[in-house]
Design a protein around this ligand. Structure first.
Ligand SMILES: C[S@@+](CC[C@H](N)C(=O)[O-])C[C@H]1O[C@@H](n2cnc3c(N)ncnc32)[C@H](O)[C@@H]1O
Length: 368
Protein backbone atom coordinates (compact mmCIF):
# COMPACT_ATOMS: atom_id res chain seq x y z
CA UNK A 1 0.00 0.00 0.00
CA UNK A 2 1.42 3.40 -1.00
CA UNK A 3 1.93 6.18 1.54
CA UNK A 4 -0.97 8.29 0.20
CA UNK A 5 -3.30 5.28 0.18
CA UNK A 6 -2.30 4.52 3.82
CA UNK A 7 -3.17 8.06 4.93
CA UNK A 8 -6.56 7.81 3.17
CA UNK A 9 -7.28 4.46 4.91
CA UNK A 10 -6.26 5.92 8.31
CA UNK A 11 -8.54 8.92 7.79
CA UNK A 12 -11.41 6.61 6.82
CA UNK A 13 -10.76 4.47 9.94
CA UNK A 14 -10.64 7.57 12.11
CA UNK A 15 -13.95 8.82 10.75
CA UNK A 16 -15.51 5.41 11.31
CA UNK A 17 -14.18 5.39 14.87
CA UNK A 18 -15.65 8.87 15.48
CA UNK A 19 -18.96 7.77 13.96
CA UNK A 20 -18.93 4.66 16.18
CA UNK A 21 -18.19 6.79 19.29
CA UNK A 22 -20.94 9.24 18.38
CA UNK A 23 -23.51 6.53 17.89
CA UNK A 24 -22.48 4.92 21.19
CA UNK A 25 -22.85 8.30 22.92
CA UNK A 26 -26.20 8.88 21.22
CA UNK A 27 -27.49 5.51 22.41
CA UNK A 28 -26.22 6.19 25.96
CA UNK A 29 -27.97 9.58 26.06
CA UNK A 30 -31.17 8.16 24.59
CA UNK A 31 -31.18 5.49 27.29
CA UNK A 32 -30.56 8.09 30.02
CA UNK A 33 -33.10 10.54 28.59
CA UNK A 34 -35.76 7.83 28.72
CA UNK A 35 -34.66 6.48 32.11
CA UNK A 36 -37.71 8.07 33.77
CA UNK A 37 -39.89 5.59 31.85
CA UNK A 38 -38.54 2.83 34.09
CA UNK A 39 -39.57 3.99 37.62
CA UNK A 40 -42.78 5.53 36.26
CA UNK A 41 -43.77 2.29 34.50
CA UNK A 42 -42.91 0.37 37.64
CA UNK A 43 -45.08 2.72 39.70
CA UNK A 44 -47.91 2.19 37.19
CA UNK A 45 -47.82 -1.62 37.39
CA UNK A 46 -47.58 -1.49 41.20
CA UNK A 47 -50.60 0.83 41.40
CA UNK A 48 -52.47 -1.37 38.91
CA UNK A 49 -51.63 -4.41 41.08
CA UNK A 50 -50.11 -6.30 38.15
CA UNK A 51 -47.59 -8.28 40.28
CA UNK A 52 -50.44 -9.62 42.48
CA UNK A 53 -52.48 -10.52 39.37
CA UNK A 54 -49.65 -12.69 38.05
CA UNK A 55 -48.62 -14.09 41.44
CA UNK A 56 -52.12 -15.40 42.34
CA UNK A 57 -51.08 -16.98 45.65
CA UNK A 58 -47.84 -18.35 44.28
CA UNK A 59 -48.87 -19.76 40.90
CA UNK A 60 -46.83 -17.19 38.91
CA UNK A 61 -48.31 -18.59 35.70
CA UNK A 62 -47.25 -16.61 32.61
CA UNK A 63 -50.16 -14.41 31.49
CA UNK A 64 -50.75 -12.19 28.48
CA UNK A 65 -51.46 -8.50 28.98
CA UNK A 66 -55.11 -9.14 28.07
CA UNK A 67 -55.37 -11.90 30.72
CA UNK A 68 -53.78 -9.59 33.31
CA UNK A 69 -56.21 -6.84 32.37
CA UNK A 70 -59.16 -9.22 32.94
CA UNK A 71 -57.89 -9.75 36.51
CA UNK A 72 -57.03 -6.16 37.42
CA UNK A 73 -60.14 -4.69 35.76
CA UNK A 74 -62.82 -7.32 36.27
CA UNK A 75 -65.56 -4.97 35.16
CA UNK A 76 -63.84 -4.60 31.77
CA UNK A 77 -62.13 -1.79 29.91
CA UNK A 78 -58.48 -0.84 29.68
CA UNK A 79 -55.85 -1.07 26.96
CA UNK A 80 -54.00 -4.40 26.83
CA UNK A 81 -51.54 -3.17 24.21
CA UNK A 82 -50.40 -0.32 26.45
CA UNK A 83 -50.09 -2.65 29.43
CA UNK A 84 -47.91 -4.92 27.29
CA UNK A 85 -45.68 -1.94 26.46
CA UNK A 86 -45.05 -1.39 30.17
CA UNK A 87 -44.42 -5.11 30.69
CA UNK A 88 -41.91 -5.28 27.85
CA UNK A 89 -39.86 -2.39 29.21
CA UNK A 90 -39.91 -3.79 32.74
CA UNK A 91 -38.92 -7.24 31.44
CA UNK A 92 -35.72 -5.65 30.20
CA UNK A 93 -35.15 -4.48 33.82
CA UNK A 94 -35.66 -7.98 35.25
CA UNK A 95 -39.04 -7.29 36.91
CA UNK A 96 -41.01 -9.59 34.62
CA UNK A 97 -39.96 -12.60 32.56
CA UNK A 98 -41.25 -12.50 29.00
CA UNK A 99 -42.41 -15.78 27.43
CA UNK A 100 -42.76 -15.69 23.64
CA UNK A 101 -44.97 -18.46 22.23
CA UNK A 102 -44.81 -19.80 18.68
CA UNK A 103 -47.80 -17.61 17.85
CA UNK A 104 -45.67 -14.62 18.86
CA UNK A 105 -47.99 -13.99 21.78
CA UNK A 106 -46.17 -12.47 24.73
CA UNK A 107 -46.86 -13.68 28.25
CA UNK A 108 -45.32 -12.49 31.50
CA UNK A 109 -44.41 -14.09 34.82
CA UNK A 110 -42.60 -12.51 37.78
CA UNK A 111 -38.84 -12.70 38.29
CA UNK A 112 -37.45 -12.76 41.86
CA UNK A 113 -37.44 -8.96 41.73
CA UNK A 114 -41.07 -8.95 40.59
CA UNK A 115 -42.05 -11.38 43.37
CA UNK A 116 -40.50 -9.01 45.93
CA UNK A 117 -43.23 -6.49 45.00
CA UNK A 118 -46.02 -8.81 46.22
CA UNK A 119 -47.10 -8.61 49.89
CA UNK A 120 -45.73 -11.38 52.10
CA UNK A 121 -47.54 -12.96 55.07
CA UNK A 122 -46.79 -9.81 57.12
CA UNK A 123 -48.30 -7.52 54.47
CA UNK A 124 -44.86 -6.23 53.52
CA UNK A 125 -43.07 -5.95 50.19
CA UNK A 126 -40.55 -3.72 48.42
CA UNK A 127 -43.43 -2.07 46.53
CA UNK A 128 -44.01 0.34 49.44
CA UNK A 129 -40.45 1.67 49.15
CA UNK A 130 -41.11 2.51 45.49
CA UNK A 131 -44.44 4.12 46.38
CA UNK A 132 -42.95 6.16 49.21
CA UNK A 133 -40.06 7.39 47.05
CA UNK A 134 -42.39 8.62 44.32
CA UNK A 135 -44.93 10.54 46.36
CA UNK A 136 -45.86 13.86 44.77
CA UNK A 137 -44.00 15.93 47.38
CA UNK A 138 -40.77 14.03 46.71
CA UNK A 139 -41.22 14.34 42.95
CA UNK A 140 -41.43 18.12 43.41
CA UNK A 141 -38.08 17.94 45.24
CA UNK A 142 -36.42 16.11 42.30
CA UNK A 143 -37.05 19.07 39.99
CA UNK A 144 -34.77 21.17 42.21
CA UNK A 145 -31.88 18.76 42.73
CA UNK A 146 -29.38 21.23 41.19
CA UNK A 147 -30.30 23.73 43.93
CA UNK A 148 -28.28 21.58 46.35
CA UNK A 149 -25.20 22.68 44.41
CA UNK A 150 -26.13 26.36 44.13
CA UNK A 151 -27.10 26.76 47.78
CA UNK A 152 -26.67 23.81 50.09
CA UNK A 153 -28.20 25.54 53.12
CA UNK A 154 -31.71 24.41 52.20
CA UNK A 155 -32.80 20.99 50.94
CA UNK A 156 -34.45 20.86 47.49
CA UNK A 157 -37.39 19.12 49.21
CA UNK A 158 -37.79 22.10 51.56
CA UNK A 159 -37.51 24.58 48.68
CA UNK A 160 -40.24 22.70 46.82
CA UNK A 161 -42.59 22.02 49.73
CA UNK A 162 -41.88 24.66 52.38
CA UNK A 163 -41.14 22.14 55.13
CA UNK A 164 -38.70 19.29 55.77
CA UNK A 165 -39.51 15.75 54.66
CA UNK A 166 -39.78 14.57 58.30
CA UNK A 167 -42.17 17.46 59.12
CA UNK A 168 -44.14 16.66 56.00
CA UNK A 169 -44.51 12.96 56.91
CA UNK A 170 -45.22 13.36 60.61
CA UNK A 171 -47.88 16.07 60.09
CA UNK A 172 -49.89 13.80 57.80
CA UNK A 173 -51.58 10.86 59.46
CA UNK A 174 -52.40 9.39 56.02
CA UNK A 175 -48.70 9.33 54.99
CA UNK A 176 -47.28 7.69 58.13
CA UNK A 177 -48.60 4.15 57.40
CA UNK A 178 -46.74 4.27 54.05
CA UNK A 179 -43.55 5.43 55.81
CA UNK A 180 -43.71 2.53 58.27
CA UNK A 181 -44.50 0.01 55.51
CA UNK A 182 -41.79 1.36 53.22
CA UNK A 183 -39.10 1.19 55.93
CA UNK A 184 -40.33 -2.10 57.40
CA UNK A 185 -40.58 -3.66 53.95
CA UNK A 186 -36.84 -3.07 53.49
CA UNK A 187 -35.86 -3.55 57.11
CA UNK A 188 -37.49 -6.89 57.94
CA UNK A 189 -35.81 -8.99 55.19
CA UNK A 190 -32.46 -7.30 55.92
CA UNK A 191 -32.75 -7.97 59.67
CA UNK A 192 -33.83 -11.57 59.06
CA UNK A 193 -30.65 -12.14 57.05
CA UNK A 194 -28.45 -10.16 59.44
CA UNK A 195 -29.67 -12.06 62.50
CA UNK A 196 -28.80 -15.37 60.82
CA UNK A 197 -25.11 -14.49 60.58
CA UNK A 198 -24.41 -11.78 63.18
CA UNK A 199 -24.19 -12.67 66.88
CA UNK A 200 -23.03 -9.30 68.28
CA UNK A 201 -26.21 -8.94 70.41
CA UNK A 202 -25.18 -11.83 72.66
CA UNK A 203 -24.76 -10.77 76.29
CA UNK A 204 -26.67 -7.49 75.79
CA UNK A 205 -29.51 -6.91 78.30
CA UNK A 206 -30.57 -3.35 77.51
CA UNK A 207 -30.44 -2.36 73.88
CA UNK A 208 -31.25 1.14 72.64
CA UNK A 209 -32.24 1.55 68.98
CA UNK A 210 -31.53 5.17 68.03
CA UNK A 211 -33.78 6.20 65.12
CA UNK A 212 -35.64 2.90 65.45
CA UNK A 213 -38.80 4.25 63.78
CA UNK A 214 -41.65 1.73 64.26
CA UNK A 215 -39.66 -0.50 66.69
CA UNK A 216 -39.93 -3.59 64.49
CA UNK A 217 -36.15 -3.96 64.29
CA UNK A 218 -35.83 -4.17 68.06
CA UNK A 219 -38.66 -6.68 68.25
CA UNK A 220 -36.87 -8.94 65.74
CA UNK A 221 -33.60 -8.67 67.70
CA UNK A 222 -35.43 -9.52 70.96
CA UNK A 223 -37.11 -12.54 69.31
CA UNK A 224 -33.75 -13.90 68.18
CA UNK A 225 -31.76 -12.88 71.29
CA UNK A 226 -33.96 -13.32 74.41
CA UNK A 227 -30.97 -12.10 76.48
CA UNK A 228 -32.08 -8.60 75.36
CA UNK A 229 -34.66 -8.09 78.10
CA UNK A 230 -35.24 -4.40 77.56
CA UNK A 231 -35.46 -2.74 74.18
CA UNK A 232 -35.69 1.04 74.00
CA UNK A 233 -36.91 2.38 70.68
CA UNK A 234 -35.59 5.93 70.67
CA UNK A 235 -36.84 8.22 67.91
CA UNK A 236 -38.22 11.73 67.41
CA UNK A 237 -41.39 12.25 69.54
CA UNK A 238 -43.69 12.67 66.52
CA UNK A 239 -42.29 9.51 64.97
CA UNK A 240 -42.82 7.23 68.00
CA UNK A 241 -46.17 8.70 69.03
CA UNK A 242 -47.97 6.64 66.37
CA UNK A 243 -45.64 3.61 66.47
CA UNK A 244 -47.21 0.16 67.03
CA UNK A 245 -46.62 -1.79 70.25
CA UNK A 246 -44.19 -4.75 70.33
CA UNK A 247 -43.55 -7.02 73.35
CA UNK A 248 -40.34 -5.99 75.17
CA UNK A 249 -40.08 -2.68 73.26
CA UNK A 250 -40.55 0.68 75.01
CA UNK A 251 -40.94 3.70 72.76
CA UNK A 252 -39.08 6.77 73.99
CA UNK A 253 -39.38 10.09 72.19
CA UNK A 254 -36.32 12.32 72.09
CA UNK A 255 -33.59 13.90 70.00
CA UNK A 256 -30.30 12.03 69.61
CA UNK A 257 -28.54 15.37 69.01
CA UNK A 258 -29.34 16.22 72.64
CA UNK A 259 -28.96 12.89 74.45
CA UNK A 260 -29.36 9.13 74.12
CA UNK A 261 -30.85 6.82 76.81
CA UNK A 262 -28.31 4.52 78.51
CA UNK A 263 -27.94 0.88 77.42
CA UNK A 264 -25.36 -1.96 77.34
CA UNK A 265 -25.27 -1.55 73.59
CA UNK A 266 -26.67 0.93 71.10
CA UNK A 267 -28.05 0.02 67.70
CA UNK A 268 -28.41 2.55 64.88
CA UNK A 269 -29.68 1.53 61.47
CA UNK A 270 -30.10 3.62 58.34
CA UNK A 271 -30.06 6.92 60.21
CA UNK A 272 -26.51 8.32 59.97
CA UNK A 273 -27.03 8.95 56.27
CA UNK A 274 -29.47 11.78 57.04
CA UNK A 275 -27.07 13.53 59.42
CA UNK A 276 -24.26 15.95 58.56
CA UNK A 277 -20.74 15.06 59.70
CA UNK A 278 -21.14 17.41 62.70
CA UNK A 279 -24.49 15.84 63.65
CA UNK A 280 -23.17 12.30 63.14
CA UNK A 281 -20.24 13.11 65.46
CA UNK A 282 -22.64 14.59 68.03
CA UNK A 283 -24.82 11.44 68.00
CA UNK A 284 -21.72 9.24 68.31
CA UNK A 285 -20.54 11.34 71.27
CA UNK A 286 -23.98 11.07 72.93
CA UNK A 287 -23.93 7.31 72.37
CA UNK A 288 -20.42 7.13 73.83
CA UNK A 289 -21.69 8.86 77.00
CA UNK A 290 -24.70 6.50 77.20
CA UNK A 291 -22.58 3.32 77.03
CA UNK A 292 -20.76 1.49 79.85
CA UNK A 293 -16.96 1.20 79.81
CA UNK A 294 -16.75 -1.72 77.37
CA UNK A 295 -19.99 -0.87 75.56
CA UNK A 296 -20.38 -0.96 71.81
CA UNK A 297 -22.45 0.55 69.06
CA UNK A 298 -23.77 -1.68 66.32
CA UNK A 299 -24.49 0.42 63.26
CA UNK A 300 -26.00 -0.72 59.96
CA UNK A 301 -25.55 1.81 57.19
CA UNK A 302 -25.01 1.95 53.44
CA UNK A 303 -21.25 2.05 52.88
CA UNK A 304 -19.92 3.60 49.68
CA UNK A 305 -17.03 1.93 47.84
CA UNK A 306 -13.92 4.09 47.38
CA UNK A 307 -13.88 3.45 43.63
CA UNK A 308 -16.63 4.56 41.28
CA UNK A 309 -17.70 1.86 38.84
CA UNK A 310 -20.71 0.79 36.81
CA UNK A 311 -21.89 -2.02 39.10
CA UNK A 312 -25.48 -2.26 40.34
CA UNK A 313 -24.14 -1.96 43.90
CA UNK A 314 -22.26 1.28 43.27
CA UNK A 315 -25.15 2.73 41.30
CA UNK A 316 -27.70 1.85 44.00
CA UNK A 317 -25.48 3.40 46.69
CA UNK A 318 -24.67 6.57 44.72
CA UNK A 319 -28.32 6.95 43.70
CA UNK A 320 -29.33 6.69 47.36
CA UNK A 321 -26.73 9.34 48.19
CA UNK A 322 -28.37 11.82 45.80
CA UNK A 323 -31.80 10.91 47.19
CA UNK A 324 -30.58 11.86 50.68
CA UNK A 325 -29.05 15.11 49.41
CA UNK A 326 -32.29 16.07 47.67
CA UNK A 327 -34.92 14.97 50.17
CA UNK A 328 -33.47 14.83 53.68
CA UNK A 329 -30.25 16.74 54.20
CA UNK A 330 -28.09 18.40 51.58
CA UNK A 331 -25.06 17.56 53.73
CA UNK A 332 -26.31 14.20 54.95
CA UNK A 333 -24.58 11.50 52.91
CA UNK A 334 -23.66 7.91 52.23
CA UNK A 335 -20.17 7.46 53.67
CA UNK A 336 -17.18 5.23 52.98
CA UNK A 337 -15.83 2.78 55.56
CA UNK A 338 -12.89 5.11 56.21
CA UNK A 339 -15.20 8.10 56.80
CA UNK A 340 -17.16 6.07 59.38
CA UNK A 341 -13.95 4.95 61.07
CA UNK A 342 -12.70 8.54 61.32
CA UNK A 343 -16.06 9.77 62.66
CA UNK A 344 -15.88 7.09 65.36
CA UNK A 345 -12.35 8.08 66.33
CA UNK A 346 -13.35 11.76 66.48
CA UNK A 347 -16.15 10.85 68.93
CA UNK A 348 -13.82 8.77 71.16
CA UNK A 349 -14.33 5.20 69.86
CA UNK A 350 -10.85 3.71 69.43
CA UNK A 351 -11.98 0.40 67.94
CA UNK A 352 -13.87 -0.08 64.69
CA UNK A 353 -14.66 -2.92 62.34
CA UNK A 354 -16.85 -3.32 59.28
CA UNK A 355 -18.65 -6.54 58.35
CA UNK A 356 -20.01 -6.82 54.84
CA UNK A 357 -22.98 -9.13 55.25
CA UNK A 358 -25.07 -7.38 52.61
CA UNK A 359 -24.17 -5.62 49.36
CA UNK A 360 -25.92 -2.37 50.31
CA UNK A 361 -25.76 -2.13 54.08
CA UNK A 362 -22.70 -3.05 56.18
CA UNK A 363 -22.53 -3.74 59.92
CA UNK A 364 -20.17 -1.27 61.60
CA UNK A 365 -19.05 -1.85 65.17
CA UNK A 366 -17.76 1.06 67.25
CA UNK A 367 -16.26 -0.23 70.51
CA UNK A 368 -15.23 1.88 73.47
C1 LIG B 1 -34.44 6.10 57.48
S1 LIG B 1 -35.17 5.98 59.05
C2 LIG B 1 -34.56 4.43 59.60
C3 LIG B 1 -35.47 3.72 60.52
C4 LIG B 1 -35.02 2.36 61.02
N1 LIG B 1 -33.83 2.46 61.83
C5 LIG B 1 -34.82 1.39 59.87
O1 LIG B 1 -33.70 0.96 59.62
O2 LIG B 1 -35.80 1.07 59.19
C6 LIG B 1 -34.31 7.17 60.08
C7 LIG B 1 -34.95 7.34 61.42
O3 LIG B 1 -34.13 8.23 62.20
C8 LIG B 1 -34.99 9.06 62.96
N2 LIG B 1 -34.27 10.28 63.39
C9 LIG B 1 -33.82 11.27 62.60
N3 LIG B 1 -33.22 12.22 63.33
C10 LIG B 1 -33.29 11.83 64.63
C11 LIG B 1 -32.84 12.39 65.86
N4 LIG B 1 -32.19 13.57 65.86
N5 LIG B 1 -33.06 11.72 67.00
C12 LIG B 1 -33.72 10.53 66.97
N6 LIG B 1 -34.16 9.93 65.83
C13 LIG B 1 -33.95 10.57 64.66
C14 LIG B 1 -36.13 9.34 61.99
O4 LIG B 1 -37.29 9.82 62.65
C15 LIG B 1 -36.33 7.96 61.34
O5 LIG B 1 -37.26 7.17 62.03
Amino acid sequence: MGEVQEVVEMKKGGKNRIARCESKARLAILELAHMMSVPMSLMAVINLKVPEAIWQDGSNTPLSAAQILDIIRPSGGGDAENLQRLLRLLSSYDIFLEHLSSTAQRKYSLTDVGISLVDDGQGLSYAYYMLQHHQEALMRGWELVGEAVKDSRTEPFVKANGESAIEYYTKRADVMPLIYKSLNGMCVPFMREMLQVYDGFQGVETLVDVGGNSGITLSMIIDKFPNVRKGINYDLPDMVSRAPQFPGVTHVGGNAFESVPPGDAIFVKWSFLAWTDEEAKLVLQNCYKALPEDGKMIVCEPVLPELTDESHRTRALLGGDIFIMTMYRTKGKHRTEEQFKQLGISAGFPHFRALYIDSYMAVLEFQK
